[in-house]
Design a protein around this ligand. Structure first.
Ligand code: PEP
Length: 252
């Protein structure tokens, strides 16, 4: 793996400020010395400030779970790029399947959000992935590359060089069913090939493609051993600091 791996913990709608602080303190005890892996946590918006206070100046980075494409306005329940930057976020997740499904995030909105994020130094993590039925009916490449085509529309290879793509098969998220390392590798390699054909010869070597879907200490090592897997986006197993620390060390 030539690109620097990222292990990202998506805390979804879990953890109050106090719980998030406690998790960070324990996590930092366990991974504070890690040098060769990027680490980031994505707390609920309400805990961003508290987590920033805990992780600032440490090896643990901070990210937001979504961002709006406008700087401000009448968008009840949303959060803007200036707001997440103000909270110290270095990363933002865009197009998570739960946001697509529960909050009506369309490919067009993913594109607006990504374009907005790339106007700032924040590192966007763009999520794509197929449903079980789409996989069973042989539509993985059509769905995944279709999502990417729309998400990345209008952006240049230069702009895209710092994005991270998260391949998250929906059937593997929160289900305990993980893609086999070979299955994940196949899709990651396909995405890299597409980046080459669609944008530039350099881009596939620059963009990190991370895997998400029931990654846990018992399967992280075999997944990370694949050439085109540059890290993991983790939900459930990132909530517990002991388990998250094992993921960071690719250890079961
Ligand atoms: C996720 O929410 O991005 C995810 C991969 O969740 P889990 O690890 O729980 O499957």
């Amino acid at each position: 793996m030539s690109r620097r791996p990222l292990i990202a913990g998506n805390w979804k709608m879990f953890k109050t400020r106090g719980e998030a602080r406690k998790t960070c303190r324990r996590l930092l005890n366990l991974v504070g010395d890690v040098q060769d892996v990027d680490i980031a946590v994505f707390p609920a918006f309400t805990a961003l400030e508290a987590v920033r206070e805990e992780v600032q100046g440490t090896v643990v980075g901070l990210g937001a779970q979504s961002v709006h494409w406008e700087d401000q306005g009448a968008y009840t329940s949303e959060i803007s790029l200036p707001m997440v930057l103000d909270c110290g976020c270095q990363y933002v997740i865009i197009g998570h399947s739960e946001t697509r499904e529960n909050l009506g995030e369309t490919d067009d909105r993913v594109n607006l959000k990504l374009t907005k994020a790339l106007s700032s130094p924040i590192i966007p993590i763009v999520c794509v992935g197929e449903t079980f039925v789409q996989r069973e009916t042989g539509r993985v490449s059509q769905v995944v590359l279709g999502q990417l085509e729309k998400a990345l529309r209008g952006l240049t290879a230069e702009q895209l060089s710092r994005i991270i793509i998260a391949y998250e098969p929906i059937w593997a998220i929160g289900t305990g069913r993980t893609a086999t390392p070979e299955t994940a590798q196949e899709v990651h390699a396909m995405i890299r090939e597409w980046l080459r054909d669609r944008f530039s010869a350099e881009l596939p070597g620059q963009v990190r493609i991370i895997y998400g879907g029931s990654v846990k200490p018992s399967n992280v090592a075999e997944l990370m051993a694949e050439d085109d897997l540059d890290g993991a986006l983790v939900g459930g197993a990132s909530l517990d600091p002991e388990s998250f620390a094992k993921l960071v060390r690719f250890a079961g």
